[in-house]
Ligand binder design. Structure first.
Ligand code: NAP
Length: 304
């Protein structure tokens, strides 16, 4: 199937282009970006012009930041295309609901991707937890924003989500592996005095689950989820690449994180063939609720 990539920036080049190149399902037929390019691939600066000129491209994968993504996704759906959305699937829940409704009404599909759910040990963690009672849990998601988003000021603008840009990855794993629904009960957000989005957040959820997100961690990065149950404990390390049950490591998968985007594109191919959407908004709902319920503290200015 032919696909076009929109928004040729960091994640498009790091992950989407290699995953498409390695896939038997997909042919990268065009890109749309104001300045980004992929060597050897037909390039457009205007999405509307590409959609009109290339009716043979049925699927549009949107790698734009969340704020500009909605208009582009709606334009693609209204032009009769399936859409694949980077995480988070929109800047607001309202946008996401509207995209889903539009895709359904037009008998197309919208896929809200959560790449961290595709980390190799997430499915085994979910299987292990399936018949257990959750006693408590803790998420530690601390990384260096300068390393992962160099110079990307949009992450601190309204709609950029701040530290929830990575934190939503942890919440996407949590909501996938738990056998029960969780709800946010409290949050404390830290905003740099010169920015519009938080640089750190502490969350409280039901089932005695807490989370600590911080974007100021230099040196080794920490992406851990620990869950205690009535029958022992589980720890997912390195963003879902490694799994420990009761302190003992399970055998590591060879494609631990490298398999994330290939698995997302395999799923997108299934959705297009079936004419369906997949839009799970639970991670985004927890983030929205943290902004609704959270206390706010002003902290030191942040400069890239
Ligand atoms: P990015 O490099 O800053 O942006 C992607 C491209 O979107 C840019 O190169 C730019 O291309 C276009 N763009 C940026 N701002 C725009 C605007 N206001 N209006 C129109 N086009 C705009 O961002 P990214 O890091 O790839 O992240 C994109 C999405 O992927 C985000 O939702 C992020 O959460 C997700 N993601 C990122 C990472 C990561 O490691 N960075 C990992 C996983 C997921 P042109 O200037 O050429 O138009």
């Amino acid at each position: 199937m032919k696909i076009a990539l929109v928004g040729i920036g960091k994640i498009a080049l790091d992950q989407h282009v290699p995953a498409l190149a390695a896939s038997d399902d997909w042919e990268l037929a065009a890109t749309v970006s104001r300045s980004g390019r992929v060597e050897g691939v037909e390039h457009w600066q205007d999405l509307g012009a590409m959609l009109e000129a290339r009716p043979d491209i049925r699927v549009i994968s949107l790698c734009l930041p969340p704020v500009p993504r909605f208009e582009a996704a709606m334009q693609a759906l209204q032009a009769g295309r399936f859409v694949m959305l980077e995480k988070p699937p929109g800047a607001t829940l309202g946008e996401c609901h509207l995209l889903r409704e539009t895709a359904d009404r037009l008998r197309l599909g919208a896929f809200a991707t959560w790449h961290s759910r595709e980390a190799a040990m997430v499915a085994p963690a979910k299987a292990w937890l399936a018949d257990k009672t959750i006693r408590r849990g803790h998420i530690t998601w601390r990384e260096d924003v300068r390393k992962w988003h160099p110079g990307q000021d949009w992450v601190f603008e309204p709609g950029g989500m701040g530290v929830f840009d990575p934190g939503i990855n942890a919440l996407s794993i949590l909501t996938e592996i738990l056998p029960v629904p969780v709800r946010l009960t409290g949050a404390a957000l830290e905003f740099p005095e010169n920015r519009q989005a938080p640089i750190a957040a502490k969350l409280r959820l039901t089932n005695a689950i807490t989370a600590d997100f911080d974007w100021r961690q230099e040196g080794p990065q920490t992406w851990h989820i620990e869950i205690e149950t009535d029958q022992g404990g589980l720890a997912l390390h390195d963003g879902g690449a490694r799994l420990k049950i009761d302190g003992a490591a399970t055998s590591p998968a060879p494609d631990a994180l490298a398999g994330e985007y290939p698995r997302l594109y395999r799923r997108m191919a299934e959705l297009v063939r079936a004419g369906r959407s997949d839009m799970d908004l639970r991670p985004m709902t927890l983030v929205a609720d943290a902004f609704l319920l959270g206390t706010r503290q002003i902290t030191d200015a942040f400069h890239f």
